[in-house]
Design a protein. Structure first.
Length: 94
């Protein structure tokens, strides 16, 4: 490792592992809490892992998970809340 930086391969691995864990954590949080608000999601991730993802990353994860049918959403007043779908709950059991 030159200049204190890791290799590109280790960087890719770290990104893949982190992203995969965040997705799994988001799905399990939606299942456990019943409903999750995107802004609150960032706070939960920060509490769990000590870093706060950008808003765009949070919304991207939620969007892709909803598109894949793992979570669903509904508005309550002006806020959009996300919940685990039956398919999402079944995926968590695997």
């Amino acid at each position: 490792m030159k200049g204190g930086k890791g290799s590109k391969a280790m960087g890719r691995l770290e990104t893949a592992v982190t992203t995969g864990n965040v997705w799994l954590y988001v799905l399990s949080l939606c299942a456990r809490e019943g409903k999750v608000y995107a802004y609150g999601l960032r706070e939960e991730i920060e509490k769990k892992w000590g870093w706060k993802p950008s808003m765009i990353m949070s919304y991207l994860i939620l969007y892709k998970m909803e598109k894949d049918g793992l979570i669903g959403s509904e508005f309550e007043e002006r806020r959009k809340y996300y919940t685990a779908t039956q398919r999402g709950k079944e995926e968590l059991k695997k």
